[in-house]
Design a protein around this ligand. Structure first.
Ligand SMILES: [Zn+2]
Length: 120
């Protein structure tokens, strides 16, 4: 029986594979992939190039999976916010609404701490 959680990476699957190296170069961890990208970037710079090797991610880290889920949730909320804001046009001008958005105080981190407090 697997105890793999929703956001846990696949066990035994490498983090990523280099798309630039000849043959199959795999990386067990995100850190190993980052080191390879940095090293090949430095080599490329010495040779007058601009970019290091490209990595294909095969198995996202737990952190990446959770980040992706939160980004999706925020994106969905953003669509609702924009729908609501579009309905204000007529009562307010586009310029007035644009200005108000520039001064909007929304902060997801603060709101998250408040939600956790209320949820206790
Ligand atoms: Zn490579």
């Amino acid at each position: 029986m697997s105890t793999k959680g929703r956001f846990d990476p696949e066990e035994g699957v490498p983090y990523g594979r280099c798309l630039s190296c000849e043959g199959e170069v795999l990386f067990a961890s995100k850190e190993a992939a980052s080191e390879h990208m940095s090293a090949t970037f430095e080599e490329a710079q010495k040779a007058g190039g601009r970019s290091g090797h490209r990595i294909s991610v095969l198995n996202q880290t737990r952190e990446m999976r959770i980040q992706s889920e939160i980004d999706d949730i925020v994106d969905k909320a953003m669509i609702d916010v924009m729908d609501d804001a579009l309905r204000l046009i007529g009562d307010a001008t586009e310029e007035e609404i644009t200005k108000a958005f520039r001064h909007a105080t929304a902060d997801f981190s603060d709101a998250w701490y408040e939600a956790l407090e209320e949820n206790r």
